[in-house]
Design a protein around this ligand. Structure first.
Ligand code: SF4
Length: 197
């Protein structure tokens, strides 16, 4: 049930999947998300890319491969909505700009997150992947994503785990910050495996 206690999660998911509020999306509305009652882990990323839009399967791309590698989970576990809920900042592919995909539609998270997240009372850990999710749920940080990720232990106490976007385009970010693979990823795996076992 959601915060009002009167709308089942299945109904909220059906409503979100039927959303056509953004009439100017380049490939049209196709909300991609997964969730089921009992999920303990929630991933809030950015927005689907073209491959995810085409298949309707969240994180079904190279970014998803990298995220699963960081989490050390296979696709069967990752795509089991009763274990892992996936609700991005923008549920639909937003289109392409000069330097990659456009930002998630700003109206999407305010429209869908409050009720959907309220319908997932068993979630104990939320992975905030990339700047848009972190900005919404953690607020600003003088060092942006790097600062939040490096301070992950402080956020973990509140049930948040900030991560960089796992896009192959972020290889340079990773190379310049060896502490991420050495310290943050092992901690992420411990948290994820403790919840999913
Ligand atoms: S981006 Fe969000 S608000 Fe816009 S059509 Fe898709 S689900 Fe609806």
């Amino acid at each position: 049930m959601n915060a009002a206690g009167d709308i089942p999660l299945e109904e909220l998911l059906a409503d979100a999947r039927a959303c056509t509020a953004c009439t100017d999306l380049p490939l049209g509305p196709r909300p991609v998300l997964q969730a089921a009652a009992g999920a303990k882990l929630l991933i809030i990323g950015q927005a689907p890319g073209t491959r995810v839009h085409a298949t309707g399967v969240p994180w079904n791309d190279r970014s998803g491969d990298n995220l699963r590698e960081w989490m050390q989970v296979d696709s069967a576990v990752f795509h089991d909505p009763a274990r892992i809920a996936i609700i991005p900042m923008g549920l639909c592919y937003p289109g392409r700009g000069a330097s990659g995909d456009l930002p998630p539609r700003p109206q999407c998270a305010p429209r869908w997150h409050p009720t959907l997240l309220a319908g997932l009372p068993d979630v104990a850990l939320v992975l905030l992947v990339g700047s848009y999710a972190q900005q919404r749920y953690l607020g600003s940080h003088p060092q942006g994503v790097s600062g939040r990720v490096q301070s992950f232990g402080a956020y973990l106490k509140e049930g948040w785990f900030p991560l960089p976007h796992p896009s192959p385009r972020n290889r340079l970010w990773l190379r310049q910050r060896p502490w991420f693979l050495e310290e943050v990823v092992p901690a992420l795996r411990r948290q994820v495996h403790a919840l999913l076992r």
